[in-house]
Design a protein around this ligand. Structure first.
Ligand code: TNX
Length: 440
């Protein structure tokens, strides 16, 4: 079959060694009888050429990423046949736009680096104490004030996405087989919203904006009807603007919300994503309340046990901070990042099994693995890249490759080949001493 998978793939395939004209000489075949699953592919490289087969366009796209990887190094494609499919359906990365805003072009450029490792979900943390980063019609001060000058940590990361820009991001992601998950963090992490709309505070009095990195001091008021008018307007807007199936409602670190208020708030808010056609995701604190059946829980703490998460019986996204938090420092010398979950060198991100991380969690409850990157200490795309590479490729392999097929020594050699590519592309990666990088 002759077709174009996407403009990018046409360019990549044409750049492969020995490429012919049409799709770079690579035969792309859609074949749903091949038993390759929703994202799997079969890649055959012989003296006669290259054939890539999959049941879906997404499968072909991931196969193309493998071809690009194989072409790294000496530029000769090795012969052979690869049949490959992901261990987990949800392979995610998160970018925190609230503590520091990143523009549409910066998000797109980041996405282009992520998809090379078969990441298929991009979670955008859009709101927090220090900023509000998505336009909500009818609530203009959220972004005028919450996205205005002086917002973000240290006041250094202002900006917001209009709905048109958000649509541009989700469309760009979809062309690359990536689902965008918007997060509106509630009922805590809402200082920016309360500053913009003082009628949402407990006593209706204005409060001061904050640009420090504290957590747990702000909360929507569970006992106020204004709260729910606001939340529903926001969630409806975000649901309508989002092509993907998920809506993340936060729920983490509500240290100034009483347990009763937390429960009452979530009882009203958790059904809203479904009302607007979406599936709710929340940080694992939500597992302490009764959850709609299809709610997804995102586990983030470093602890090895989370009884409420296991007891919830819900699907879980694994994001243990001591393994996959990209904002943790690699080692003592890392100039940016945090260390509350410990230092996270590349091998630590690689050497763990999502199915055996949480005591008592059945293997089939794991929906996938996601690597959050919080932006308190980030000031530029170069900072994003430094903390992301080469750790994100390690997490991506945890999410894609079955445990039996994984091996640190092998990963270490393969990721080393990206050093020169990242250098050529101007990507600011960390030259981790754990990896023998080819000399420049
Ligand atoms: C915890 S992880 C948070 C964030 C911080 C992060 C810093 C989570 C659900 N909440 O508010 O940015 O630590 O590592």
């Amino acid at each position: 079959m002759t077709f174009t998978l996407s403009p990018d793939t046409t360019i990549w395939l044409a750049a492969l060694p020995g490429a012919g004209d049409e799709n770079g000489g690579v035969r792309l075949e859609l074949d749903d009888a091949a038993g390759l699953g929703a994202e799997g592919y079969r890649l055959a490289i012989t003296g006669d050429g290259v054939t890539l087969r999959a049941a879906t366009r997404a499968g072909l796209f991931w196969g193309v990423q493998t071809l690009r990887q194989l072409a790294a190094g000496d530029g000769v494609l090795p012969g052979g046949v690869i049949e490959d499919r992901p261990r987990y359906a949800y392979r995610g990365a998160m970018l925190d736009l609230a503590r520091h805003f990143f523009t549409v072009d910066e998000i797109k450029a980041h996405l282009d680096l992520l998809i090379q490792f078969k990441i298929n979900h991009l979670h955008l943390h859009l709101t927090d104490d220090q900023g509000w980063r998505l336009e909500i019609p009818g609530w203009p001060r959220l972004t005028e004030i919450g996205g205005g000058p002086g917002t973000g940590c240290d006041g250094a990361g202002p900006g917001f996405l209009t709905l048109a820009e958000y649509a541009e991001v989700t469309a760009y992601a979809a062309e690359r087989f990536v689902t965008v998950i918007p997060e509106i963090d509630m009922p805590g992490h809402v200082n920016a919203a309360l500053v913009a709309y003082p009628e949402l505070t407990a006593d209706g009095q204005p409060i001061a904006p904050r640009t420090d990195a504290e957590v747990g001091y702000s909360s929507l008021v569970a006992g106020k009807e204004e709260t729910y008018a606001f939340v529903e307007a926001v969630l409806k807007t975000v649901a309508d603007a989002t092509p993907g199936p998920y809506l993340h409602i936060g729920g983490d670190e509500c240290l100034s919300t009483s347990p009763e208020d937390y429960r009452a708030f979530l009882a009203r808010v958790l059904p809203l994503p479904a009302k607007y056609g979406k599936r709710a995701i929340g940080w694992h604190e939500i597992a302490g309340v009764e959850l709609p059946a299809d709610t997804v829980v995102q586990y983030w703490r470093p602890e090895a046990e989370a009884p409420s998460v296991v007891a919830s019986g819900r699907q879980v996204i694994m994001s243990p901070a001591d393994r996959v938090y990209l904002d943790m420092k690699y080692d003592e010398t890392t100039p940016i990042g945090l260390d509350w979950a410990g230092l996270v060198p590349v091998a630590r991100s690689y050497d763990w099994d999502p199915a055996h991380r949480l005591a008592g969690l059945p293997e089939e409850s794991v929906l996938g693995v996601a690597a959050p990157l919080w932006s308190e200490t980030l000031r530029s795309p170069a900072d994003v890249q430094y903390l992301t590479f080469p750790r994100l490729p390690a997490v991506a392999e945890v999410a894609w490759t079955p445990q039996s097929g994984r091996d640190w020594a092998s990963f270490r050699d393969r990721v080393a080949a990206f050093g020169p590519r990242w250098e050529a592309a101007g990507v600011n990666y960390f030259r981790s001493p754990e990896i023998d990088w080819p000399s420049a």
